[in-house]
Design a protein around this ligand. Sequence first.
Ligand SMILES: [Fe+2]
Ligand SMILES: [Fe+2]
Length: 321
Amino acid sequence: MTVTSHRPTAGDQQSDFDATIAADGRIEPRDWMPDRYRATLIRQIAQHAHSEIIGMQPEGNWLTRAPSLERKSILLAKVQDEAGHGLYLYAAAETLGMSRDEMLDLLHSGGQKYSSIFNYPTLTWADNGAIGWLVDGAAIVNQVPLCRASYGPYARAMIRICKEESFHQRQGFSILLALARGTDEQKAMAQDAVNRWWWPSLMMFGPPDGESPNSADSMAWGIKRFSNDELRQRFVDMTVPQAEILGITLPDPELRWDEESGHYAFGALDWSEFKRVLRGDGPNNAERVRRRKAAHDDGAWVREAATAYAAKQAARMEQSA
Ligand SMILES: [Fe+2]
Ligand SMILES: [Fe+2]
C-alpha cells in the first residue's frame, strides 16, 4: 500500500487565505496567515488592549469624587468594563503568538502605543460626561465595523465590547444632560468639557485617508471596513443632533449642515497637535505610563502567588494520578 501525502505548499496556503478573505470568511488561530497580516493584527489588537487599560485612568481618577452613589456605581461599572475589554483583547492578541507579558513590556517601554486620547486630563466631573459621550461614542463608530473583522478572535471580542460601549456612551450623555439642565455653573462646566474633548475625539479616527500608512493593507485584508475619514464623518453626523438635545455648542464655527452632501461639514483638524501628543508630548503621557508601570509592579505578588498556586495544583494532580 502506498500512502500519498499532500503537503501544502506556500502557494496553496496563500491561495486558501486569499479565498477565505474574498469570501468574507474568518481566519482562525490555527490557520496559515501571511506574516504581515499577523504583525498588523498584533500591532492593532495590542494597541487596542493597551488603550482599554490606560483609558481606565482618566475616569478612575474621579471614582472617589463622583457626585452621588448612583453616579459612582455607574462609573465604577464602566471603568471595570474597560478592564474586561483589555482582557478580551490581550487574549485575542495572544492567539497570534505574542504573550501578554511581552505586550505589557512593550507598552511600558513605549514599543507599542495606546490611543492618544487618554493623554488628556480630566479636570472636572463634566469630563466624565464628555469622555463617555464623545470618546466612547467615537470608539463605537470605530469598533462596530470591527465586529466583522476577518480575524475570528478579534471580531468575537468586539461584539461584546461594542454592547458595553453603548452603555458607556449613554452614561456619558446622561452625565452631560444632568449638568446641562442644572445651574449656570453646571452648564458652563459641561460646555467647557465638551470644548476640550471635541477635537481630540475627532482625531481618534486617525490621520486623513491620504496620510494613513497602514490603511490600504488593512482594508484589503478585511480588518478595516471603512476609511478614517468616512468613520469621522459618520461620528460627526451622529453627534451633532445629540449636541442639540443637550443644548451644548460644539466648538467649531465652521460646523454646518451641508444640503448637497447630506452630511455635516466641519472645520479643519489641527494635526500638529495630534502629532505632538502622539510623540509623547501630551499633557499626561508620562503620568499615564508611570502609573501603569507602578500598578504592574504593585501587582507582581499576585502574579507570583497565582503561578505558585498553579504549580502546586499541577504537582498535586501528578501525585494523585
Ligand atoms: Fe472599552
Ligand atoms: Fe468604553
